[in-house]
Design a protein around this ligand. Structure first.
Ligand SMILES: Nc1ncnc2c1ncn2[C@@H]1O[C@H](COP(=O)(O)OP(=O)(O)OP(=O)(O)O)[C@@H](O)[C@H]1O
Length: 799
């Protein structure tokens, strides 16, 4: 804003006028800088004067004293600087002053009164009165007379912010001296405005600062920047709206800053200064008259921002639409692909339809022609209504279509099947070839198997033959070192000592009293296997009562004997040969008093008859049970033992007085070769062999003993001796026992005899009898064993 000021010679800078900070402690550099700036200011003033030639003479003319004073100061400063350069000393300004004291210039009351003229167009001019003529500083022309017509086009403002249509300087002269005396008064040349007086007012204002991150401090915001703050913008706009005559936003912002950003205060100040002239916009600045301009600008800015957002959204939408379009394009392509065959089909159908129409038309025409002879047809009763004809034609068409579709589907299916058949044919051929070769292989293996099986049997029996068809084992019971009469020097020898004499016996195996049931069974296990191959086997236990025959043959449930183990072994062997189907049948009988009793019979004591059937013997009505499992063995033997007649004697109350015979028939059929085999295992627990005199039997017991003796004597003296002597006739029928055992004791069988003896001296007589029996049996050669096999259901036996 313009301000009235007076400049006198006293305002020339000196130490006292440089501001409080320059009074003390100012360095020489600072002083030098200050002096230079003062000089520059003067130079600038001169420059300005040079630039504005009109002004120069006026200034000289107006203030020769001032020029003189300036020259003096200039000279003084130059001298000071020169001296400083010469001495090169860093003396303080005070020292310099001391050395070169500045001459005191008496203040001359030469003052100029400046007024600021504010033109309605918003321009500010500095005016002053020279020789009664109002002059002003023109930026281009320099100092020129104040135009008369401007008086009505603006207002004068003095230092007290008083506004008038006439210059006020003369009126405000009274206050100038007071300002001149004040330390806070200063002068400043403003290009285009001239020399202005400045005064440091103390006032409290709001200051808009910004944070300077480099220095970390708050700095005052430059005016130009401050104008861009929304808060300021709104207030500027408020002022501008109220005073359209104001065109300088910077000026308004500065005023706002001074008035603590109170827009109303600024408006009132401007109004008080410039009056009503600011209420309308200056000519040529109509745009500013539009009070809504600023608001519009803000609104437009906002609108632009909104539009930008909308544009962004639209862009996104367009992008989405493009994507969708792409997808739709794909769908469209796909549909087009699908439509193509359909269109073709439609064209075909249309052709069909046309053909059908033509046919119908032809038929209709035909019918039309026939209608002329309607009477005749009607009479003939064969007239067809056109509607029916049309319906029939429709159905025919539909049928034709479905027929075509069906035939095309069938064609496709046929081609598919043909393709599949072609693919399958190869593997099928390969499979057939493989099956044929497998069948061949199977056949080869079968014949090989037959050969192998036959060879195995032949070899096995050869081995058995080499071992002998009759084997005698001796099993001893009860041993006491004091009372024993027997010594066992080896596994196959036995020495009987009595009254100083020694008798040595040799058998296939001698089992000591410590031998277990398992060990005893192991001795006959190889012979049992022959039964499965179709041989007759006979196992006997011979010995006096209580010598352990029943123990050896039957044993107990927990510790079974030879019979039970043999049946188990047979069962096991049968199951081991899956290529042969076996049937294992068991019967149990006893021979008591030369009579046979079926121990499985439901009617006890029924006597059985023995009949010869060729080379074999058959017991009539003998009960047989099939054995499939071990459980069967247990339950069946339990049943037999239950029925067994047991009579007690003096020597052994649990001793049996009958011969117990178990007969097992093993019938096998080879699944591969069809060969059938028939083997028999006869297990016999003979009755006690003791002498009658020792048992002291009487009555019934004596009859029993006599029967037992008969059968045993027959067994030892008749059968084995006969075999040994190669007699032409063997009297098997002398006793029921030898008759029943005939198949197992004949030349084609294999026999095992267990001699059960007691080692105690009191049993010496009976023991030696048993051992002699065994020895005589061992001498028997049974001849070559014969296998009972049937080839192709034909029975072959070479007895
Ligand atoms: N080797 C042995 N080890 C242990 N105990 C045995 C042996 N031999 C037989 N015995 C036992 O001796 C007793 C008589 O045996 P066992 O009944 O077998 O004789 P036996 O010759 O069958 O008589 P019998 O002719 O009167 O039937 C039985 O209690 C039996 O358990």
């Amino acid at each position: 804003m313009g301000s009235a000021a007076s400049v006198s010679e006293t305002t020339v800078p000196d130490s006292s006028n440089m501001g409080s900070s320059n009074q003390q402690g100012t360095t020489d550099e600072e002083i030098e800088e200050m002096l230079k700036s003062t000089l520059n200011t003067n130079n600038e003033t001169q420059d300005v004067n040079l630039k504005t030639p009109e002004r120069k003479p006026k200034k000289r003319r107006q203030a020769p004293e001032e020029d003189k004073a300036i020259e003096t100061i200039e000279q003084l400063l130059k001298d000071t600087l020169n001296t400083k350069k010469q001495t090169q000393d860093e003396h303080s300004f005070a020292e310099v002053q001391e050395t070169y004291p500045i001459p005191v210039i008496e203040p001359v009351e030469v003052s100029m009164a400046f007024d600021t003229f504010l033109h309605v167009d918003g321009s500010l001019y500095t005016c002053f009165t020279e020789n009664g003529i109002m002059m002003y500083f023109n930026d281009t022309k320099g100092i020129v007379p104040f135009p008369e017509d401007w008086y009505s086009q603006g207002r004068f403002i003095n230092g007290n912010n008083e506004v008038s249509s006439k210059p006020l300087s003369s009126e405000s002269k009274q206050m100038i001296p007071s300002l001149v005396e004040d330390e806070r008064t200063g002068g400043l040349y403003i290009p285009g405005r001239g020399m202005v007086m400045t005064y440091m007012f103390e006032d409290r204002v709001n200051i808009c600062k910004y944070f300077h991150s480099d220095s970390g401090t708050w700095l005052v915001l430059p005016l130009q920047w401050e104008m861009n703050i929304d808060f300021i913008k709104r207030r500027v706009w408020q002022v501008k709206e109220a005073l359209p005559g104001l065109v300088d936003y910077k000026e308004i912002t500065a005023a706002l800053r001074q008035c603590k950003y109170d827009a109303d205060a600024v408006i009132s100040i401007f109004l008080s200064i410039f009056g009503d002239s600011l209420l309308k916009a200056p000519e040529g600045m109509e745009n500013f008259r539009d009070t809504n301009y600023f608001r519009d600008y803000l609104q437009k800015e906002q609108a632009i921002e909104d539009l930008k957002q909308q544009l962004k959204m639209k862009c996104n939408e367009v992008e989405n639409l493009l994507l969708r379009n792409k997808c739709l394009q794909k769908v469209n392509d796909h549909m087009s692909e699908m439509i193509h065959p359909l269109t073709q089909r439609l064209a075909e159908l249309e052709i069909d339809q046309e053909e059908s129409h033509a046919k119908i038309k032809a038929m209709y025409n035909q019918r039309h022609k026939t209608l002329h002879g309607k009477v005749i047809i009607k009479k003939a009763g064969s007239f067809i209504e056109p509607e029916i004809l049309l319906e029939v034609s429709k159905i025919t068409r539909a049928l034709n279509i479905s027929n075509k579709e069906l035939s095309s589907t069938l064609k496709i299916r046929f081609s598919e099947m043909e393709f599949l058949m072609k693919r399958l044919l190869n593997p099928v051929f390969k499979l057939m070839e493989a099956a044929l070769s497998s069948a061949q292989e199977l056949e080869d293996m079968r014949s090989l198997y037959k050969k192998e099986a036959l060879a195995r049997k032949v070899l096995y029996n050869r081995l058995q033959e080499m071992c002998g068809n009759v084997r005698v084992f001796c099993r001893c019971k009860g041993y006491s070192p004091t009372t024993s009469c027997i010594i066992l020097p080896s596994d196959e020898e036995l020495v009987l000592m009595y009254k100083g004499s020694k008798k040595k016996f040799a058998f296939d195996k001698v089992y000591s009293p410590r031998s277990t049931q398992e060990e005893v069974f192991e001795g006959i296990r190889p012979i049992i296997a022959s039964c499965v191959d179709g041989y007759n086997i006979c196992i006997l236990a011979y010995g006096q009562t209580g010598s352990g025959k029943t123990y050896t043959m039957m044993g107990s449930e927990d510790n079974p004997g030879v019979s039970i183990r043999s049946i188990r072994e047979l069962l096991h062997l049968c199951n081991e040969r899956p290529m042969i189907t076996y049937k294992l049948k068991i019967s149990m009988l006893e021979i008591y008093n030369e009579k046979l009793y079926d121990l499985f019979s439901k009617i006890p004591k029924s006597s059985l008859e023995i009949r010869n059937q060729g080379k074999t013997v058959v017991v009539t009505d003998l009960t047989e049970f099939e054995i499939k499992t071990e459980e069967d063995i247990k339950s069946i033997t339990r049943l037999g033992e239950k029925n067994r007649r047991v009579a007690s004697t003096k020597m052994n109350i649990s001793s049996s007085r009958s011969h117990l015979v178990l007969i097992l028939r093993v019938d096998g059929t080879d699944k591969v070769s069809g060969v059938k085999s028939h083997g028999t295992l006869t297990l016999c627990d003979l009755a006690g062999s003791e002498r009658i005199s020792r048992t002291e039997a009487l009555g019934q017991r004596l009859v029993e003993a006599a029967a037992i003796n008969t059968s045993l004597t027959s067994l030892s003296q008749v059968v084995f001796k006969a075999i040994k002597g190669n007699a032409l006739h063997v009297p098997f029928r002398n006793s029921k026992l030898t008759h029943l055992l005939q198949p197992g004791l004949s030349g084609d069988a294999k026999a095992c005899v267990f001699l059960n003896i007691s080692l105690d001296v009191p049993n010496y007589e009976e023991t030696i009898t048993t051992l002699q029996f065994g020895s005589s049996v061992r001498q028997v050669a049974l001849g070559k064993a014969t296998q009972h096999v049937t080839h192709n259901t034909e029975v072959k036996s070479d007895n």
